[in-house]
Design a protein around this ligand. Sequence first.
Ligand code: DC
Length: 228
Amino acid sequence: MQDVFSIAIDGPSGAGKSSVARAVAEKLGAMYLDTGAMYRAVGLYMLKAGVPLDNPDAIAENCRRADVRVGYGKDGQQCVYLGEEDVSEAIRAAEVSLAASSVSTVPAVRARMVALQREIAQGHSVVMDGRDIGTKVLPNATLKVFLTASAEVRARRRYDELSCKGMHEPYEKVLEELIRRDEVDTHREASPLRKAEDAVEVDCSQMTLEEVVETVVSLARQAVEGKA
Ligand code: DC
């Protein structure tokens, strides 16, 4: 494979981007960056600081204080910190998902996160997943994938994931929240979720994780060879 390459994986919530991106990065020996985790950390910061999530000015003002850092554990797992505190678990709470969705609509937050994401990726082969990776963060990515699945399939997967963790949310509530987040992510003014013109769309509603990973790895090899 080419010395340094970059793969952008965008798509709506719950399409499986993180699992796919992590596995693809491992197979290709690249660094993995879950950018959603960074917006979640900013959301958690705002919740802890009591910043009203319906006030974009207050969020913009306070985001400079959110010291978001990304590190990698011994097992290669990505960890997210607020200052010295490891918040990798805390950012997965449902209220943090909604907070992340709110803060990600604020241009000042996006500007900081995009700069940080580019800085982290600098000089490395990277697989990044998010909403604006192909359109904004890595416009010259070697490969751009837009990973989708129907809302019902995505909600069912999230519901199963939560149930496995002992968090028993009704399926209808999970679906409702997912649709609400899709709405915010696709309709916000700042970098709305959309497929980059040169992205390959992969609908994984009927695919297993392994099939999606194989598909993306094969697309990546073709893209890298094509650009070599
Ligand atoms: O992928 P996720 O569910 O962890 O993302 C959390 C929120 O952050 C989600 O509402 C969309 C937003 N996000 C974003 O706006 N841009 C990104 N690159 C990644 C996530």
